[in-house]
Ligand binder design. Structure first.
Ligand code: NI
Length: 192
């Protein structure tokens, strides 16, 4: 089942989400619905607050990016062939490496893409969908997407990284999104 995606301006996108227990009701169905919603809206990651659930859960599929790369783009990123993973109760252990710029977008902030500076590497402690613990370091596009999705469970958005002037220039478009004045081909939930 595809779920509506919460639009910019909703309070849930600004909250620190809580860890969940293994008996969290309907977890398997929730994860399946998040995958379906993410693919339907052509996303590479989706975090639970974006589907109106205040919990530390996100899904990432960077493998699809590499699958769809042109031959001349191969070898551009160090994390080829990417990953497809569920992250539960993730907590960042460290951020390391040189900062780099990448043009990011977000399903909750449609039609706005901006260059965002983030470090190369992120190390996380997290549980997989079977509640098995992992500590793992991610780099490249995968590390990038994970940092973006992780921010969602801590109430942060990619626009928070923009310079104040740039952010100010986007104010009108952001206000339009929060009022529902945006055309997207997936279902969205706008703040009341
Ligand atoms: Ni996002």
């Amino acid at each position: 089942m595809t779920l509506p995606i919460v639009a910019y301006g909703a309070n849930i996108l600004r909250k620190t989400a809580a860890d969940i227990a293994a008996d969290y009701p309907g977890l398997d169905k929730l994860i399946a619905d998040m995958w379906e919603t993410m693919y339907y809206s052509n996303g590479v990651g989706l975090a639970a607050p974006q589907i109106n659930k205040d919990v530390r859960l996100f899904v990432v599929d960077s493998a699809q990016i590499f699958e769809h790369q042109e031959a001349d783009e191969k070898g551009t990123y160090p994390d080829e062939p990417g990953i497809k993973k569920v992250f539960i109760n993730a907590h960042v252990v460290s951020l390391e490496g040189e900062d780099w710029v990448y043009n990011e977008g977000c399903l909750s902030i449609p039609k706005i893409r901006e260059d965002v500076v983030r470090p190369q590497e992120v190390t996380l402690e997290y549980l997989d969908e079977h509640f098995q613990p992992h500590t793992e370091t991610f780099i490249g596009l995968t590390g990038r997407i994970i940092q973006h999705e992780y921010d969602h469970i801590d109430g942060k958005l990619f626009i928070d990284y923009l310079k104040p002037l740039r952010r100010k220039m986007l104010q009108g478009r952001l206000a339009d999104i929060s009022k529902g004045k945006v055309q997207v081909d997936y279902k969205m939930l706008f703040p009341k």
